[in-house]
Design a protein around this ligand. Structure first.
Ligand SMILES: Nc1ncnc2c1ncn2[C@@H]1O[C@H](COP(=O)(O)OP(=O)(O)OP(=O)(O)O)[C@@H](O)[C@H]1O
Ligand SMILES: [Mg+2]
Length: 345
């Protein structure tokens, strides 16, 4: 295990709520783990505590087998062997690429070779003598990562590293950074509030909500098996309906669902989470709706559908359909449910 955080809590002076509470985090060698959650949930605080820029109120931190916090122990950031990559790159503006990435290191032949190899891996060869101001945002962020990797830290901590970049560059850089981390067998804790980013880059995701861990799991586990309504809403952008179990059926205001093995829950209230691909346009479907809005996303359309209940109530659902689907705002449409895209909580 590279990182072990045990029962970490931190309350900033003068604030009502702890920024983080009872965090237990373990990260294995070579893993990419994301801390995912909305603004203010404690992501940066957690990262800063692990790096040593913030002191927790209680708990223990062990990095690569060495205790760096707890029971009277406090190791300062410069002796923790962690690399940091921030959203604003934080490169030295007056130093060129090679001087930025070797700053503070002894220029041996091995080190020069390592710099050369890493620059090549990050597709930055040929840019050694450029100043940061002569590079694109994506290039600057790759330089920042290479600078962190030059020191061969036990772990790289990244705080929203792509948030200053536009959407298409962000997607491209995600793939490149993941590939660099995997090829160099680097362990990484990665902070983001973007669920898609977390799902694509991570081996495991830690979902944080108001300073507490909601769920830890692989991207598939978090997406397909959310353990709470918060995770369902935040990670899969699921639509939520209340339902009542009756035999092997769940009745909601808008439709009923046949489900296996719920007899024991007879009469019980549940939440039905229908992910964006869970409601499919189907000419033989029994669910009636009206398309309110359609957004083209390249590979798919994202639509808002107004559903009508038999009693005349309405609710809006967010759905995703393939681009082959004939769909446009204003039309009436019937739908069926894809059971693989449903979670009952
Ligand atoms: N130096 C500080 N002093 C007082 N309160 C702070 C300080 N830094 C953060 N906080 C508070 O602690 C909580 C967690 O903040 P943190 O910066 O860790 O959130 P975050 O998840 O990184 O959010 P974002 O996505 O907006 O960056 C917030 O309520 C924030 O206002
Ligand atoms: Mg933050």
């Amino acid at each position: 295990m590279i990182i072990q955080c045990k029962n970490i809590s931190k309350k900033y002076p003068g604030t009502a709520q702890p920024a983080v509470q009872n965090l237990n985090i373990t990260i294995n060698e070579g893993e990419i783990v994301s801390l995912l959650g909305p603004s203010g949930c404690g992501k940066s605080t957690t990262l800063r505590i692990i790096a040593g820029f913030e002191v927790p109120d209680e708990g223990e931190i062990i990095l690569a087998g060495k205790q760096v916090y707890g029971k009277g122990i406090w190791v300062p950031p410069e002796h923790r062997d962690v690399g940091m990559v921030f959203q604003d790159y934080a490169l030295f503006p007056h130093l060129n690429v090679i001087k930025n990435i070797t700053f503070g290191l002894k220029r041996t032949r091995d080190l020069n070779q390592r710099a050369k190899d890493l620059l090549k891996l990050a597709n930055l060869d040929g840019l050694e003598s450029k100043l940061p101001s002569e590079l694109s945002g994506g290039q600057q962020q790759r330089v920042a990562l290479i600078r962190a990797l030059m020191r061969q830290p036990c772990i790289v901590l990244m705080d929203e590293p792509f948030s200053n970049l536009d959407a298409s560059l962000r997607e491209q850089l995600r793939v490149e950074i993941k590939s660099i981390l995997k090829q160099t067998e680097t362990t990484c804790l990665f902070v983001t509030h973007n669920q898609e980013e977390a799902l694509t880059i991570s081996d495991r995701i830690i979902v944080l909500n108001q300073g507490k861990i909601e769920q830890i799991g692989t991207p598939e586990e978090i997406y397909f098996h959310p353990k709470s309504l918060f995770v369902a809403k935040f990670v899969s952008q699921g639509n939520i309906l209340e339902g009542i179990c009756s035999g092997n059926t769940i009745k909601t205001e808008y439709f009923s669902l046949k489900v296996n093995n719920i007899h024991k829950n007879n009469g019980k209230k549940v939440n039905v989470i229908i992910r964006p691909r869970g409601l499919k346009p189907d000419p033989n479907g029994l669910i009636k709706g009206k398309i309110e809005d359609v957004q083209f996303k390249g590979e798919s359309y994202e639509c808002i559908v107004k559903l009508f209940s038999p009693q005349g109530a309405t609710t809006n659902f967010k759905i995703t359909v393939d681009v082959q689907t004939k769909i446009k705002p204003g039309i009436q449409q019937t739908f069926s449910i894809d059971e693989n895209q449903i979670t009952i909580i």
